[in-house]
Design a protein around this ligand. Sequence first.
Ligand code: BDP
Length: 328
Amino acid sequence: MNYLKKFSYSVIAVVVLVGFTVSAQAKEWRGWNIHPAGYPNTVGMDKFAELLSQKSGGKLQLKMYHSGTLGSQPDAIEQVRMGGLEIANFSLGPIGPIVPEANVVSLPFIFKDTNHVWRVLEGKAGEMINAGLAKKGLISLAWYDGGARSFYNSKKPIRTPADAVGMKIRVMENDLYTGMIRALGGNPTPMAYGEVYQSLKTGVVDGAENNWPSYESTGHYEVAKYHSDSLHLIIPEILAINVGVYNKLSAEEKKIIKEAAQESALLQRKLWKEREKASQAKVMAGGVVANEIPDKSAFQAAMKPVYAKFLADNPGLKTLVEMIQKTP
Ligand code: BDP
């Protein structure tokens, strides 16, 4: 063997050895996210992965899978609960059916605005929600902004609850949302996010409801041009990790992961505000017909049976609901 060959073999050996030691020590997680490139949550999760690696000197590695490539949201929630996936960004909407405490955020009109959401989540109510999540396998690392959701459809502007009568409206999988649409006299259709565009286009449903960034990024505005500013739901989004994975971390690793999550949330929230405006401008330029609903009291009054049923099914959550309502 000549010198050069010998030298390159030993370089290879060292590289392989170093590679093995790094991978033996490093934790490599998989992260789920439903949104596409450029979306505030996507940028936030990528930042989270970058910070994790940076702050841990490469020992905590997160590979993000965006655009729902690892499956639908209800499936991914199960995966993270069971440890098949380690980390994800979820809406609390589809978590509600599994974690009753987390379902209170899906009561229509319960929050005044996004700042009210943050005040609630940072207080005692937030602790109760986090405890409920932990019991079902999900540790909350940070909260992302999910904006306010409004109705849109392909038929006509919605100005009063009467305008929604008979409309087929897609909702996320949660009985509170089917109850909400029924209370308005519409026909709720629970459906996976990825199927909504085609269903709006072919008339399987007349409408749906979401925030401005999702209305825009999915292209729903192209096939459901009437947007009515009902702002009926303000649903926070969680950056969650599987409880078993979290509990095995050292105190130092827990600190790193919390810090990285919080920093990514600050970025996401900033980008969210910008994207809300940009998305609204883009859809308006694309021909959307938008109406405001200055007085929402008729919609709010229509939600009485939704609250009544929720409290009858979950008497133990009355205090939590009141706690949120009383949070200034
Ligand atoms: C978006 C949420 C996403 C949901 C989606 C939906 O960010 O998690 O899957 O709404 O309506 O705003 O399904």
